[in-house]
Design a binder for this molecule. Structure first.
Ligand code: SAM
Length: 262
């Protein structure tokens, strides 16, 4: 079967890597896993060894039909629910209250998947994703934040687990990949939707012009009077660095959260 570029198909070649991804997810024996894009089923097979049940959503009809044949026993036994569809129109509320998301995702969906599964009320307990190496590094590193890293850290704790060279896939993608986990997922930073909206408005404005200081970017967007006292809602100093010549990438998550509550 020819891989479809439009669906970001790069299939894992080695069961050993699929096994390492499943291990990185640290699944309990009673875990329910949601897998996006099972493809040829390489990762699905390993997930079925560790979890109680896998719910797998595949957009490619040809692959979906092949998976139905290859996993007929697991489907009949109720251990695998195979769904044909596009994750972007998938109703997350149909998933069980507690589930883990594990997937080797097509690169073109990376941003959508983080947004969909972190911002929803039905968040996964953990997220284990094979993504572009640069993306994993940018999200998991401790210094130099970006809109993407802050939008993940606002909901959980990211960690780069291990790197996967491009040669591990067929066809080989142009870049290397890495397994990124996000644990301790919650919406505790955003008790109300308005807090979340304000946080995203602030970071988008703060990062608008890379060369300008965050304070300047925010004030140009009308979000932060340059002469305003820099204190959070409960009187704590929102961000000492904001008062100085700090760029958005140097401000930690806590500073943005304090600002969005201030
Ligand atoms: N999990 C397999 C593996 O590790 O070998 C395949 C990974 S491949 C990178 C991405 C998979 O996602 C493909 O099977 C592709 O058909 C599927 N896919 C692409 N776009 C999708 C979408 N919008 N919704 C659901 N699945 C999608």
């Amino acid at each position: 079967m020819r891989a479809k570029k439009s669906l970001g198909q790069n299939f894992l070649m080695h069961a050993r890597i699929a096994e390492r991804i499943a291990c990185a997810a640290k699944l309990a024996p009673d875990a329910v896993v949601f897998e996006i894009g099972p493809g040829t089923g390489m990762l699905t097979r390993e997930l079925l060894k560790c979890a109680k049940k896998v719910i797998a959503l595949e957009a490619d009809r040809e692959l979906f039909e092949k998976l139905q044949d290859d996993f007929a026993r697991e489907i009949t036994g109720g251990r695998l629910d195979l769904i044909h569809g596009d994750v972007r129109s998938f109703d997350i509320t149909t998933l069980p209250k507690k589930y883990a998301l594990v997937a080797n995702i097509p690169y073109y969906l990376t941003g959508d998947i983080f947004r969909m599964f972190l911002e929803t009320e039905r968040q996964p307990s953990s997220l284990t994703l094979l993504v572009q190496k640069e993306v994993a590094e940018r999200i998991a590193r401790a210094k130099k934040e970006s809109i993407l890293s802050l939008s993940v850290k606002a909901y959980g704790t990211p960690k780069l687990e291990f790197r996967v060279p491009r040669g591990a896939f067929t066809p080989a993608p142009k870049v290397d990949s890495a397994v990124l986990t996000v644990r301790d997922i919650s919406r505790k930073n955003f008790p109300a939707r308005a807090d979340e909206e304000r946080f995203f408005t602030l970071i988008r404005a703060g990062f608008a012009h890379k060369r300008k200081f965050a304070r300047k970017n925010l004030s140009e967007a009308g979000l932060f009077p340059l002469n305003a006292p820099i204190y959070g809602a409960s009187g704590e100093q929102a961000s000492p660095v904001l008062a100085e010549k700090a760029r958005a990438e140097d401000l930690p998550l806590a500073a943005w959260l304090a600002l969005s509550r201030g």
